[in-house]
Design a protein around this ligand. Structure first.
Ligand code: AGP
Length: 592
């Protein structure tokens, strides 16, 4: 959450570059944004509330003169969404500016202490303590990097921050603990950013910053230090070209583009190293216990994975919500395999759990989309989704590819990786049909239901998690309350909420769950529900039939989730919402 970018150049037009790079990180937070530049020895700061383009229209962030600067796109944690709380934040003398991603847990004590020593605070943020602390250190004659080295160990919590100072105008200094930060270098230019995607096409060398490391950037030279201040040499990696591709290709929203490209991205999920899958499958089979940890959509994919492991590999695993993982830490041992699932590879709840599990000696295997992620660094083995950048906040293609990876892994447990690859390739054509058949039909259905306040999604067995995923999609982008649950649970309480006209989404493919799920749909209908069914089999009980192709039982989740993504998308746009940037949310959740 929050995108940070620092840039050193020689051309006096750094703010244009910073603005463009911020655009590529807007998915990390979009409630406010700002830029600070050093220009003719002065600090110029412009910032405002709203989406980046709006802020730019008003404050011309991209026209601030200067060759060195920093920029921030915010997802508020401490302090409301106001101009004053927007980053960058400055010291008392307006000589130092700081941008930050993360949370300084001990900011209240630090702030009290600074106020006692006559520092003037303008905002309610945790971040603002940092420039004031740097100010104190620089007053003692320290350079900017020495000040950062002195301040960082006193900050508790997680952070990646970048600082500039008018006393050292050619420089950006950055450090991180718990939150991501990369450094990218090109000819006569240096960048530090939350995300390598922000630097797409602009750099030749990429450096992942380790915990506590400090980077000192100038246009000509960048140097690194460890947390004790010792110079270190770091190994550069080449930036991945695929991750440079992040435009909408004519679609109005990234989400729609990402839904539509799923037949192709699903194929990319099969481009895997069979040996790696075989090795991980062996890990799964050998482990005394398997704990899968993830959040949101990734956790729903894991719930489908649990069925696949059980029915194909005959191996039971527990799926634990990553934010709850710490409360089960006592049960993790050397014989535990922790499977961590995360599109971004950055979700702090997942990282926290994995760190705990590592300490207990567990083996860690991750399923990640983003290359060069913090989670990847913590894992003994990583399986990649290969679906390319996902920009829309709602997970779509990454979810589908997570299902595919679980499918490949489950069949690797029974030495059938190749067959699984063939099946997924075939199902990718069925995903294309599910889109073709339903895009217009679903847009039509939303006409009738867009003013409803509550939706219920039901399914059974391997399809139950698809009900939950469909409900999550609807609520996060259209702001309609929705609940997904096993169809059999409806009668244990929720049925009392069903009244005349309540929409109930029934995921009811013609598989081993069909009869019982249909029975539950009939019970809901008897209480006045409007039944919208996702199925390959029509039935008179349905008020609307969203037709999916017939596939093998274990593959239905891959085809039935797609119409639910379309339903959420059309509902959101019909209600005038921007599905790419739903309120209060961000793509990478790097806070607890
Ligand atoms: C899904 O649409 C969400 N935006 C969200 O639930 C997401 O899946 C969750 O935050 C986990 O993210 P990750 O996969 O990057 O860890």
């Amino acid at each position: 959450m929050c995108g940070i970018i620092g840039y050193c150049s020689k051309n006096g037009k750094a703010s244009q570059v910073i603005f463009e790079d911020l655009k590529r990180m807007e998915y990390r937070g979009y409630d406010s944004s700002g830029v600070a530049m050093i220009s003719d020895g002065k600090l110029l700061v412009k910032k405002g509330v709203g989406k980046l383009e709006e802020v730019n229209r008003k404050y011309k962030l991209d026209k601030i003169p200067g060759s060195v600067g920093i920029g921030h796109t915010r997802w508020a944690t401490h302090g409301g969404v106001t101009q004053i709380n927007t980053h960058p934040h400055c010291d008392c003398r307006n000589e130092i500016a700081v941008i930050h991603n993360g949370i300084v847990d001990n900011y209240q004590e630090l702030r009290k202490d600074l106020i006692k020593r006559k520092h003037r605070f303008l905002s309610e943020t945790d971040t603002e303590v940092i420039p004031h602390m740097l100010e104190d250190e620089m007053k003692r004659g320290r350079s900017l990097e020495e000040a950062v080295m002195a301040v960082a160990p006193r900050l508790e919590g997680s952070y990646a921050f970048l600082a500039i100072s008018t006393n050292e105008p050619g420089k950006v200094v950055g450090t991180r603990k718990g939150s991501p930060l990369v450094v990218g270098l090109g000819k006569n230019k240096a960048f530090a950013a939350s995300d390598s995607m922000a630097l797409a096409g602009q750099i030749d060398q990429l450096y992942m910053m380790g915990e506590g490391e400090i980077a000192v950037l100038t246009a000509d030279k960048t140097v690194f230090f460890d947390s004790t201040g010792r110079p270190i040499s770091k190994k550069a990696t080449k930036p991945d070209a695929v991750w440079n591709d992040n435009n909408k290709e004519g679609y109005e929203y990234f989400m729609l583009k990402e839904i539509m490209e799923q037949p192709d991205t699903l194929l990319a999920a099969t481009h895997q190293d069979k040996d790696v899958f075989t090795a991980v499958a062996l890990d799964v089979l050998r482990a005394d216990q398997i704990i899968v940890t993830a959040c949101g959509s990734s956790r729903y994919a894991a719930l489908v994975g649990r069925y696949l492991f059980s029915s194909v590999g005959k191996k039971f695993c527990e799926v634990v919500m990553a934010s709850e993982f710490q409360y089960f830490a006592e049960s993790v041992s050397r014989n535990t395999l922790v499977l961590a699932i995360s599109q971004s590879g950055e979700t702090l709840d997942v990282i926290d759990g994995v760190e705990l599990a590592r300490k207990a000696g567990a083996r860690i295997v991750s399923i990640i989309n983003r290359p060069q992620s913090l989670l990847g660094e913590l894992s003994h083995n990583v399986l990649y989704l290969n679906c390319g950048p996902e920009i829309g906040v709602a997970a779509t293609k990454s979810f589908l590819n997570q299902l595919a990876i679980f499918y490949l892994l489950a069949f690797s447990m029974v030495h059938s990786f190749d067959m699984a690859v063939d099946n997924i390739r075939k199902v990718s054509r069925q995903v294309a049909r599910a889109i073709d058949w339903n895009n217009d039909v679903i847009a039509g259905i939303t006409k009738e239901y867009h003013d409803k306040n509550d939706f219920y999604y039901i399914a059974r067995g391997i399809n139950f998690a698809i009900a939950s995923e469909g409900a999550l999609k609807l609520k996060e982008i259209s702001y309609i309350h929705a609940e997904g649950m096993p169809a059999g649970e409806l009668k244990h309480g929720t049925l009392s909420l069903i009244e005349e006209g309540t929409p109930v989404l029934v995921i009811c493919p013609g598989d081993f769950t069909y009869k019982e799920t249909l029975g539950n749909a009939i019970e809901a209908k008897a209480r006045g529900a409007r039944i919208i069914a996702v199925s390959d089999v029509n039935n008179e009980v349905y008020d609307h039939w969203i037709r999916i192709p017939r596939v093998h039982d274990l593959l239905y989740p891959m085809v039935s989730v797609v119409p639910l993504q379309l339903l959420a998308y059309h509902m959101a746009t019909r209600r005038g919402r921007n599905p790419d940037m739903p309120r209060n949310l961000a793509k990478s959740v790097t806070v607890r």
